[in-house]
Design a protein around this ligand. Sequence first.
Ligand code: FAD
Length: 303
Amino acid sequence: PFDVLIVGGGPAGAAAAVYAARKGIRTGVASERFGGQVLDTLGIENFISVKETEGPKFALALEEHVRNYDVDIMNLQRAKALKPVAGLFEVELASGAIVKSKSVVISTGARWRNINVPGEKEFKNKGVAYCPHCDGPLFKGKRVAVIGGGNSGVEAAIDLAGIVAHVTLIEFDTRLRADEVLQRKLRSLPNVTVLVNAQTTAITGDQKVSALTYSDRASGEEKRVELEGVFVQIGLVPNTEWLKGTLELSRHGEIIVDAKGQTSVPGVFAAGDATTVPFKQIIIAAGDGAKAALGAFEHLMRS
Ligand code: FAD
């Protein structure tokens, strides 16, 4: 068996692998797509000490760094169950294979919920964005929409209003669902328009986004907003469906972890976007992966 089996090969899993391998323990990484969400990212400008890079380049660098150590990388492997068996953990892969380990670090990340309207896919990274911390500055002085009136949508709108020329917040429901304090702050901003009861129907443009159309659900009328960017903020879904009933999850499906990345099952650690750790960013996930690997190592020393 492995000493540490890491499930997920994004920034969190890669950092966990390097930290575990450097302790001289048997380390494996099973992941569906090594690199994770970073593979879908165009520019990265907020990983400290790296002024500017591209997602695929960063993902390759993660893998190269891990391959520099004696780590067993199992690519294109999806985990579908985790079970404690006779003092070990068994991770069952979709292929049917079973991988055994004394401890596990789960770093299966998350995915942004898509709005699934025409134009969303076509204009991804060409005006359609999901992460205001990452892509907000690209829209400096421009007009954007934020789709979604929950806490993350309203926070995104407030954040973006400080950078861009104008923000249109679009909510499907008849009212915003964000906390009142956020709504109050939002309403105090001069360059924000809030549309409720509005269903986004398409994102349009030529090479890049130039407009968004929505239907006014009260009147049924189709309307159009000219803009350069659309931030979709209708939820970040953790990739933890396969763990339901095994580990304690939050009501959003995030793996509940303590300060050392320990989950509700001793010997199982978790890191990055799949967990309750706040702020979903590369540098945070990477630091978190390092922490969970050290947590797993400490667990192995004591057991
Ligand atoms: P992920 O990157 O999601 O990696 C999860 C890993 O687990 C992948 O290898 C995946 O294949 C694997 N996996 C999932 N389920 C399973 C399973 N059942 N079995 C096996 N493997 C599985 N952050 C920044 O800091 N700066 C940016 O500029 C930036 N831009 C972004 C742009 C976009 C378009 C997106 C989508 C995100 C961006 N982010 C950015 C956020 C950042 O990418 C994430 O916070 C970070 O990748 C999280 O790392 P992670 O390792 O926790 O998870």
